[in-house]
Design a protein around this ligand. Structure first.
Ligand code: SF4
Length: 377
């Protein structure tokens, strides 16, 4: 991937298996699920909060292996987990500016403190070597791998407790959660994952878990009600989705454009969280079909003027190709050093994840996730 130049879209290959997270992606946009499965770098930067989520997850995972006895132990582990993530970020031209994470994640200190509260109460109970062959029945442990007999539906569950025959499936979340009654949509995104694990557990061990539980950063616990039928129907849905997606891919294998548009489900909500927008033609087509909807603040147009903005920033005047609302829009506070595309001296540009001024809708500014590309040709 040449910095600042639009990369090629990832390959479209049939899916071999469905994890809980790709299952959710399938439901929202099969194209995103297929691209995510290709495991290539995304053209837009990962959200800093998600990276910190991985840090928290790693710290909790460590604490389940080894006892974290003191604040000093915790600081050391936290520092190591942060270092591992930041080392990867600095190597990416789209993400390097997110380092240090302590500056780019909102409420960083609060999240770290909550992680400490969660970690200090964890008592490690299972050694690493037991993970693949749990020592007691019904099986339990940390990071337990579950799958259906054919290996199509799979997942790694954070923890399964067996307290005298009461089997608890636990999913750790790095977020601070609202009280159960106020969670609304959030709960809706977490519950299928746990129900999916429950169905996998049953498929593998012929036992149903008793309790499904989310444990949030800080230790807050939320129990998820479930029925066996709804868990099983999630697995059936996963098989149906996989068959449908693979059939679409195979039937359109010679026509890539057709494959893209058959798989894509562009919508303002789904696309706003998708890191594949720069390489997604159906996304731009979706925008032009419904220009008045609340799409992400992305622009495709021609640079008609640039100039200095303050001490070390620049502005860009852009004539957008899309819509007929504005002849010209202004993008201000652009740090040119962060965007290799601006050094390529091309007129045609794509700008993603801009901030828009409420009272001046034709004025945008650079945000933490703003990324600029020029076309390849
Ligand atoms: S940008 Fe939208 S349509 Fe394209 S893959 Fe992402 S979610 Fe799907």
């Amino acid at each position: 991937m040449r910095p600042g130049v639009l990369p090629l879209p990832p390959p479209i290959s049939p899916l071999r298996r469905v994890t809980p997270s790709t299952f959710q992606a399938h439901r929202e946009c099969p194209l995103r699920a297929v691209w995510s499965a290709a495991r290539q770098n995304t053209p837009l930067p990962t959200f800093a909060g998600a990276v910190l989520g991985r840090v928290i997850h790693s710290a909790i995972e460590y604490a389940r292996r080894e006892h974290v006895r003191s604040r000093d132990d915790f600081e050391q582990i936290w520092g190591q987990c942060m270092h591992n993530e930041e080392k990867v970020l600095v190597q990416s031209w789209t993400e390097a500016h997110l380092v240090p994470l302590s500056q780019s994640v909102r409420n960083y200190e609060q999240k770290k403190e909550l992680c400490w509260l969660a970690v200090r109460d964890i008592k490690p109970s299972f050694s690493r070597k037991w993970r693949r062959s749990p020592p007691i029945w019904p099986p339990c442990g940390d990071e337990l791998w579950l799958e259906t007999r054919d290996g199509v539906c799979v997942g790694r569950v954070d923890r399964i407790n067996n307290k005298g025959g009461v089997i608890e499936v636990i999913d750790y979340k790095s977020k601070v959660l609202l009280p159960h009654a106020e969670m609304g949509d959030d709960l809706g995104t977490y519950t299928p994952q746990l129900k999916y694990y429950a169905a996998l557990y049953h498929a593998q061990y012929r036992e149903w878990p008793t309790i499904l539980k989310i444990v949030a950063n800080g230790g807050q616990e939320i129990e998820i009600p479930f029925t066996h039928d709804e868990c099983e129907s999630l697995l059936k849905e996963a098989y149906t989705l996989l068959a449908k997606v693979n059939c679409t891919i195979r039937s359109a294998s010679l026509d890539k454009r057709k494959a893209l548009s058959s798989l894509a489900k562009p919508s303002p909500k789904t696309c706003s969280l998708c890191l594949f927008r720069p390489v997604c033609a159906p996304y731009w087509e979706g925008r032009s079909r419904a220009p008045n909807e609340d799409w992400p603040n992305d622009l495709h147009g021609t640079i008609i003027e640039t100039g200095r903005w303050g001490k070390d920033r620049v502005y860009l005047d852009i004539a957008p190709y899309e819509g007929d609302k504005y002849v010209k829009v202004k993008v201000i506070e652009v740090s040119s050093g962060r965007h290799p595309a601006l050094k390529r001296e091309k007129k045609e540009v794509y700008l993603f994840s801009l901030l828009q001024y409420k009272d001046r809708p034709d004025v945008f500014a650079e945000g933490k996730y703003t990324t600029i590309y020029v076309p390849k040709h």
